[in-house]
Design a protein around this ligand. Sequence first.
Ligand SMILES: *Cc1c(COP(=O)(O)O)cnc(C)c1O
Length: 509
Amino acid sequence: MLSFKDTIILSISYIYANSKPAMSENLIQKILEFQAVSEALEPSENERGHYVDEVHEYANAFLKDLKTSKAYTSDKETPNVFKISQNQKSLKEILELYAKEVAAKGIKPASGGHIGYIPGGGIFTAAIADFLADVTNEYSGMYYASPGAVTIENEVIDWMKGIFGFPATAIGNLTSGGSIANLIALTAARDKHQIKNEKIINSVIYMSPQVHHCIHKALRIIGLEDVVVNYLELDENSRINSEDLKNKIEADIQRNLEPFMVIASAGTTDTGAIDPLETIGEIAKKNKLWYHVDAAYGGFFILTESKASKFRGVEMADSLVIDPHKGLFLPYGLGAVLVKDKAAVYHSHHYIANYMQDAVNTNNPINPADVSPELTKHFRGLRLWLPLQLHGLAPFVACLEEKLLLTHYFRLRLIEIGFKVGPEPDLSVSYFWYPTKDDNENAFNEQLMQYIHDDGEVYLSSTRINGKFVIRIAILSFRTKIETIDRAMIMIDKALIKTKQHNPIINSK
Ligand SMILES: *Cc1c(COP(=O)(O)O)cnc(C)c1O
């Protein structure tokens, strides 16, 4: 067999023999010169082996350390040690830098001790899928380019349709996260109801004041900044009061406004509340409103025996958002949207450009590019499909049930040492605060939060509920275990003692 070099020499002599030598010699010489340099982008099998081994070794050390290291370091400063310079670094140097300046600072989302913002953890086998998707670099935007990859993407979406009781005719998309998924859903609602031009300022959207802020961002992005947003009253569990929804719709119609959409949450970010999905669905249907459900955080709890009934009515939604990088514990970078009305989605996203004419075949399955602002995208479906095939669904469901019980356990442990806790949570988000005698309760709890952050053993965040400063728990990392909660309790107890010492006047009620 000819070696690579021989082939090149042969081709060169062939070209020499068939063209004007003066020009070709120069041209070919240059190409080969560049080739000699650009070949560095294709490491040899041996080099690849070394790279993979080094990263594997780093990953092992990182995961081992995760069990005992703090979930948060309040060191917020990072000097720019990442300046891209002409001095190349070895992978070993890069990994050392990464460990010191990236992985060791801020919140550790891979840690089970991350129970502040809604975490997922990031299961390892999804990273294996990403590795495969990246090495093969499948083009998952169009069926024509990679029927296999797009079939996997569509299979993952069909699987979710099944879980949430959506019809086979619904379409969906795997997005980078919940924010883009919400954007796609709200765009479809806008286009279905043709909310444009002078219609915008008379059109009404109903939502809880506790909807995730990405809903507001999406409305601005899609030109609905000036739409009427009518916030609904909440009950004592922070769920939408559906009677209030009915009344507000009637009143708005009386005022010649045009209600067109209602947004419910299945697991709010602040308190994990699930709105009364079925009742809201019935009201939406009766009034011909687009019904959107944001279940980015809570959605996959529908798989649990203990919470499934709370999701009754979710199947009535016109559009639904779920985040596998939360409820299915994937590494960041996977949200999903399901929409029943294909035409509404296609209005904004389906486009045929001349240079894509080879890819058009109306008999083909749905192209992800027709359901999203993205054309070229990462082959995200694999990072969910592969772990599901590898582990089966049972460990995922058990993990969700475990998180619910851990939330209950955490609350009981907090009550034991004098904390007050928020109402019985719908899911795995809750909050607590330490009651004090005087009106310095907020200041006391803020200081407590500060000490907890300074410690960082376990990461908790805070929020305000009706003006009250509270510490929030969001248990969703697959790595959060009962041992993690016990460690959190030791940390909280220490911080509480310290806060009391610094506030001699403030005694517990
Ligand atoms: C997390 C979350 C979002 C935003 O999703 P990202 O994946 O962070 O973009 C939207 N809605 C709810 C209810 C969420 O919990």
